[in-house]
Write a protein that binds this ligand. Structure first.
Ligand code: PMP
Length: 453
């Protein structure tokens, strides 16, 4: 009979139905609470991504601490999603929670810096390399502002991105390669501009393609994650990052590295661990321990060009900044997280746990004879429903099997392990216990035994 990612389709259907039923039975309070939300929230959810979770209905959360999340039906769930990286260092890390309590007594937003701003800036440079920094509230905004600066200082229109990438809801780079041509992404809602005017898409790991695009002379910057993490994970081929750096310099484009997810790599993110040399740098999500905060920066050389462009523009809106950004809560949390949470010791634990998880998952895949594999960048682990490591976004797109992934996801949740939606991602925080990792491996092994009898 027909198979999907090696799983018999009829068997998958029955398995998914059984797991959906089990979920519904176990979560009556969440079902009722979601029913109560249905009247006032658009499409029944407060943020429309939430409707992409593959469960029959969402679990409603009562509280979370460490790497455990508790829903209103009383389930204590091992959380390997961790807010899709926002809580990568665990929920409410103690130093961050303390900083929030202290700052809460002294005001939440001033549009003036607090005395912690100097220390936050120093720590950003210490962790991520010396840059001229700015604070934004989301990584989306950070990328948007960084793109603006890249265009302003180079006087060029296009941002080179990799097909299948994601850098937040930044319209400017919502393009993809279709039959070798850059096009606006099909799913983008309400966009009327032809985004190929301001962006060019290449395949990841294709330096010849990158060079051909740069040779047109209209590329302001290459914007990339060090590892593609927003489809199925794609690791850089040896020499790829060196090549990007060399080609960017050769063709007068800036190299912008988005570390929002690959901050899982270790201290300083992938850039720090592997010695990348970006001109611009973006990080968000967990950088302030879960408080909505992003930081973006540029080298001193780019900062000088920025000063020139900024001085030359007529007065009026620059298109950068938002009112609540660089608020004192962000500085307090940045200092607490960068100094007391995002430490070498924390990364050592994450690395060890993630290695254990990756080995366990790979063993389960081998035992089941599934045509799948495991990929990892530091604390970030994925099982991928394709036999071989992926080379680019097109391959990553084809490796997605939503029905298989959804069934596995719900089955793992029924057994007490929550993984991330959209991609089969599992994060290991410094407070994730070994027993939680072993439980996830056991649950995954059991699920594969059912899917590959
Ligand atoms: N950059 C990357 C690499 C991301 O994965 C994401 C979000 N998944 C963003 C930027 C945007 O982050 P946010 O949604 O917090 O703005």
């Amino acid at each position: 009979s027909a198979t999907i990612a090696g799983v018999r389709a009829d068997l998958l259907e029955r398995f998914a139905a059984r797991e959906a039923e089990r979920f519904a039975e176990a979560n009556p309070k969440s079902a009722a609470a979601m029913g109560g939300m249905a009247r006032d929230w658009l499409a029944g959810v407060p943020m429309h991504w939430m409707s992409d979770w593959p469960m029959p209905h969402l679990a409603v959360i009562e509280r979370a601490s460490g790497a455990v999340i508790r829903d209103i039906d009383g389930h204590e769930i091992d959380d390997f999603c961790l807010g899709d990286t926002g809580s990568m260092f665990g929920h409410s890390p103690a130093p961050v929670a303390r900083a929030i309590r202290d700052q809460a007594r002294r005001g939440l937003t001033y549009m003036l810096p607090s005395d912690a701003a100097a220390e936050a800036g120093r720590l950003l440079s210490e962790r991520f390399g010396r840059m001229r920094w700015q604070i934004a509230t989301t990584a989306t905004d950070a990328n948007r502002f960084a793109i603006r600066v890249a265009r302003a200082v180079t006087g060029r229109p296009k941002i080179l991105v990799f097909s299948g990438c994601y850098h937040g809801t930044v319209d400017d780079v919502m393009v993809e390669l279709v039959n070798g041509r850059t096009q606006t992404r099909a799913g983008l809602l309400g966009q009327v501009a032809d985004l190929a005017q301001g962006a060019v898409a290449c395949e990841f790991n294709d330096l010849a393609g990158v060079e051909a695009a740069l040779a047109a002379g209209d590329v302001a910057a290459i914007l990339t994650e060090p590892v593609m993490t927003n489809s199925c994970m794609v690791l850089p081929a040896p020499g790829f990052h060196d090549g990007l750096r060399r080609l960017a310099s050769q063709y007068g484009a800036l190299l912008m590295i988005d570390e929002t997810h690959t901050i899982s790599s270790g201290l300083g993110g992938y850039t720090g661990v592997h010695g990348l040399k970006p001109d611009m740098f973006v990080v968000g999500k967990c950088v302030a321990g879960g408080m909505p905060t992003a930081a973006w920066g540029m080298t001193e050389a780019v900062a000088q060009r920025y000063a020139g462009a900024n001085a030359a523009r007529p007065p009026g809106h620059s298109g950068m900044g938002t009112t609540l950004s660089a608020n004192p809560m962000q500085f307090a949390c940045l200092v607490a997280n960068l100094s007391g949470v995002m430490t070498p010791a924390a990364y050592a634990k994450m690395e060890k746990g993630a290695a254990r998880l990756a080995v366990g998952l790979a063993r389960a895949i081998a035992r089941a004879g599934a045509p799948w594999h495991v990929a990892r960048v530091g604390a970030r682990v994925e099982f991928i429903c394709a036999p071989e490591p992926l080379r680019n976004g097109t391959e990553a797109g084809m490796a997605h099997h939503p029905r298989v992934e959804a069934a596995v996801h719900v089955a793992l949740l029924n057994r007490g392990s929550l993984i991330a939606p959209f991609h089969n991602m599992m994060l290991v925080s410094p407070v994730t216990r070994r027993a939680q990792i072993d439980r996830l491996v056991a649950n995954f092994t059991g699920v594969l035994a059912d899917l590959f009898p």
